[in-house]
Design a protein around this ligand. Sequence first.
Ligand code: RFL
Ligand code: PHB
Length: 389
Amino acid sequence: MRTQVVIIGAGPSGLLLGQLLANSGIDAVILERAERDYVLGRVRAGVLEQGTVDLLDEAGVGARMHAEGLPHDGISLAYGHELHRIGLHDLTGRRVMIYGQTEVTHDLMSEREASGATTIYSAGQVQPHGFDGASPYVTYEKDGTTHRIDCDFIAGCDGFHGISRKSVPPDALRTYERAYPFGWLGILAEVPPADHELIYANHPRGFALCSMRSECRSRYYVQCPLDDKVEAWSDERFWDELRRRLPAEAADRVIAGPSFEKTIAPLRSFVAEPMQFGRLSLVGDAAHIVPPTGAKGLNLAASDVRYLFEGLREHYRDRSPAALQAYSSRALARVWKAVRFSWWMTTMLHRFPDTGAFGQRIQEAELDYVVHSRAASTALAENYVGLPY
Ligand code: RFL
Ligand code: PHB
């Protein structure tokens, strides 16, 4: 088989890139290791930047998002028993959209299926080859047979544990990493959210986040030790801990109910540089990971896709290599700013092993400065709604 672009991974990066390419008449095949329903079942991000919303519109998959998503004009920071609102829209003229990654994936898959473009699920042993030369190709196994797809370019959209980054010679890659000494325990429950906007809470017992998927479905998180087991967290214990970490006015509005998803995720910052090796480009989580505190993971994947798409479109349409050659440097400039913002939010809001009484007061002083200084609130808001592409 031959195609123009092989995309490895059918997460949001791979599907969105596939859609934009298909709309521009560029052929792409997506190879995905997992089954379709497994990919759809993963519960992850929930906050879309305006730029991500615009890109989904450009890809022609925005209709349901606009009908069912919740535009938010602000967030609240909680500390010292009080809630303080940051007016994102008042400060920046921009807003965010609450619309789950599961729904984004669903919309992209439906559109791809309707267009008849090829996606191969349950593809085993996917391996990119020859990307440092002019004739790259990708091999994979399906139903006991090894297949080969020749192509012009390979897009590694296969997440942090994928094969694409691992296929690059280690001496061509520089990595930067920070692991955080705690995790997030997250639940979904069919109950109305505690507030109409998100609440990020700093508390001496640890961080808590009140988020949502809709007006009747809530997503809540509490910081927990990395080695905690989900089984140790009954629903009752979770609701109790969440309420203890929120100011009374928010805690009183938390409506408890049975959880139907409960997982613990580690937090990490990671960047691999460069994001391009000859004809292989790394996109989204394959190249970088951020802790979820800034809600940036999915949004960075979208901005990478936009830069790579522009490069590929200019290559095919205008025979111009400049934008494709600039992919890594353009993407990394935006990535590092989101890595910094996510690290800063994480540092300001979580309890670290050495936080202690002094560290707690420093965090509260920083939060007090952020919410009472227009300059500092604006800096947070600009980053939260998403820096320009
Ligand atoms: P994904 O979503 O990981 O998709 C990669 C796809 O590649 C497939 N794959 C392979 N396919 C073929 N061959 C191989 N060898 C392959 N190896 C892997 C995988 O099966 C998968 O389908 O990466 P992508 O597309 O770059 O999208 C990135 C986002 O998913 C990610 O940034 C966010 O979900 C991060 N993230 C969160 N971000 C937020 O903004 N807010 C959140 O609340 C939030 N929660 C999360 C998260 C990521 C999590 N992970 C990765 C474990 C919670 C979790 C648990
Ligand atoms: C979520 O709704 O899952 C969510 C929202 C905001 C974050 C992280 C996760 O910062």
